[in-house]
Design a protein around this ligand. Sequence first.
Ligand code: GLN
Length: 322
Amino acid sequence: TQLDKEWLQEYVDDWVSFYRKHTKEGKLASYIPILGKANPHHLGMAIHGKNGMIIRSGDVDTPFTIQSISKVISFIVACMERGVGYVLDRVDVEPTGEAFNSIMHLEMKSLNKPFNPFVNAGALTITSMLEGDTATQKLEPIYMLFEKMLGYRPSLNQEVYQSEYESSARNRAIGYYLIETGFLEEDLEITLETYFKQCSIEVTVDDLAKIGLLLACDGEDPNTGEEIIPRQIARITKALMLTCGMYDASGKFATYVGIPAKSGVSGGIVAVAPPRVRNQQFPFIEGCGIGVFGPALEDRGNSIAGIRLLKHIASQWDLSIF
Ligand code: GLN
């Protein structure tokens, strides 16, 4: 009802202003120089419920680049183009416990394929699998999926792309290693161009909440019932988000928050709260998607205030899937 919504809105506004204080403890991701120019005190959140309820609070209108959250989308597109078997034959589904751009873990003896689609080695391998001979061709199905999920075609932030391209030594190092070990299926330049461009797509917290909601609905459009992502792929994606989505803090996030989520170094987090049958008194029982943006990061690379805000909300509303 309207009253419930007003009450929830006030609650969420209070939490957002409370956790905004925590942004002071974080740092911007400056290894991509342009990301170091964001406003570290920004914090915004959007929650889109399957029941149609939408709660938005804080800096919700500031667009940001999707960064590592794009790894979720490229994984889904690769699975839709090539089939799940093909993709998982080439990239594993195990968390690394290392930083997302770790080079050290690539040389581990046990490695016979990149650990998972959400570390850079796995994401570059996934991007190289996308169909097409040029970055433009490979990106088109990614844009098309975005268009279906968001209702509009997002745009590329050229400045961020340029900045990433110019500070790409580490991703190149990972790329050369993948060539040597036979995982890259094509020219490294095409993979890198596609990867940096997919990371530079601009979104808002509402966009992330819509993506989260679609995954909460197992890939079915909550309004039309149309299958946008095949159910099996949506499920695997959520399992990967839960185990590998928050970098080397994924175990803690699963323990203390307990819902699938994926973060990016620009400060975005997409979280998925699937429908539940218990605890009827809590809001968003039918499931919801949550988008958060807070560019000040903790030392693993996740939005510091964003994580705390999600932890608070998940415990207040009993969102944990466990
Ligand atoms: N484009 C960034 C990189 O590859 C994305 C990393 C991230 O968001 N964790 O370094």
